[in-house]
Write a protein that binds this ligand. Structure first.
Ligand code: F2R
Ligand code: MG
Length: 301
């Protein structure tokens, strides 16, 4: 069945919120059972999203309102969203950037001084980056450039930045009519510069050959570091047969489930469209993500 580009845009945005909200209650768990998801959606309250969705919304809004990247605007939106709802499950250290921005410190300085000047290698830059692929569609070079720019608003460590570029490139390729897995893997092979991601790309090839989620958990990782989660999400997407199967794999692998499922959900939604998300999987923020996708789609050439 043909999936329209508009449905892919909507699927990417809604896929972030769905993956995030499904993964949030079991963050830190191992081998979440298949029954968990059915149970989650049989309850009356909608599953709630976390920082992954908040920051994806803020990133998309900043690009739309500023007609492109404006670091100060983006940092201010992140900081305001955090100060309005600090309970959304933010990374332990990234909140120092928000707090500094709120106190009037320049965003570049605030991000660069994280971890004694090393910068953060957390997956925060990658978890929120997928809307960049919609904003820049279909310009591949712009996707890569913008992904790095948006990551550096909070994450300046090369691994944190590279994780965001990899996730954005994967989203860009997933939006294509004829998804070409080998082309995506070749793109990633040519763009990865850090030792961490180069090693994990080799592990990804082995994990894909084996098709073993337990192997992926051990060798790709499932932690908040970008190099221990971004390719894990890609593994779930590349082996997933559809949106639901992709998310269930992320839950089974465990660990940073909200973020791995949010990243995998963005890719699965982009490839299979919003119609592939099970109808009963309605989560907080679903409608807002769809409206943002519509605004981003209006800009496509
Ligand atoms: N943090 C969570 N989940 C735990 C929820 C805790 C909650 N506050 C509670 O009260 O229970 N999830 C979110 O964090 C991840 C994204 O994190 P982000 O935005 O990258 O944050 P940060 O703080 O920059 O980095 C995360 C951790 O990575 C380690 N780290 C990063 N760079 C490092 C470096 N250069 N040296 C050493 N360690 C480094 C640190 O442990 C950071 O705390 C997502 O999962 C999101 O959902
Ligand atoms: Mg997380």
């Amino acid at each position: 069945m043909t999936v329209s580009l508009h449905d892919r845009f909507r699927g990417l945005m809604a896929g972030i919120a769905v993956g995030d909200a499904v993964g949030r209650p079991v963050e830190g768990s191992r081998a979440v059972s298949d029954l968990y998801v059915d149970d989650l959606f049989s309850q009356s309250a909608r599953p709630l999203y976390s920082d992954d969705t908040v920051m994806s919304m803020a990133l998309a809004e900043s690009l739309l309102e500023c007609d492109g990247f404006d670091g100060e605007d983006m940092a201010t939106r992140f900081a305001e969203a955090w100060s309005d709802e600090p309970h959304r499950g933010y990374g332990r250290n990234v909140v120092k950037v928000f707090s500094a921005v709120k106190r009037g410190i320049d965003w570049k300085t605030a991000a660069e001084r994280q971890f004694g000047g090393a910068g953060s290698y957390g997956n925060g830059g990658a978890m929120r980056v997928a809307p960049v692929a919609l904003w820049a569609y279909p310009d591949f070079e712009e996707v890569k450039r913008l992904a790095g720019d948006t990551a550096r608003v909070t994450h300046t460590h090369p691994v944190g930045v590279e994780g965001a570029v990899i996730q954005a490139v994967a989203a860009h390729r997933a939006l294509r009519d004829h998804f070409d897995r080998d082309r995506l893997l070749a793109d990633l092979d040519s763009l990865a510069r850090t030792d961490e991601f180069r090693a994990k790309l080799e592990a990804l090839s082995r994990a894909l050959e084996r098709g073993d989620d337990e192997y992926a958990r051990l060798h790709l990782g499932c932690w908040v570091a970008a190099d221990k989660s971004v390719l894990t999400a890609l593994y779930c997407f590349l082996l997933g047969s559809d949106f639901e199967d992709t998310i269930r794999r992320a839950l089974f692998i465990g660990g940073d489930t909200d973020t791995i499922a949010a990243m995998a959900g963005a890719l699965a939604g982009a490839r299979w469209g919003i119609g592939s998300i099970p109808r009963t999987w309605v989560v907080e923020g679903f409608g807002k993500m769809v409206r943002l996708a519509d605004r981003l789609f209006e800009r496509t050439p």
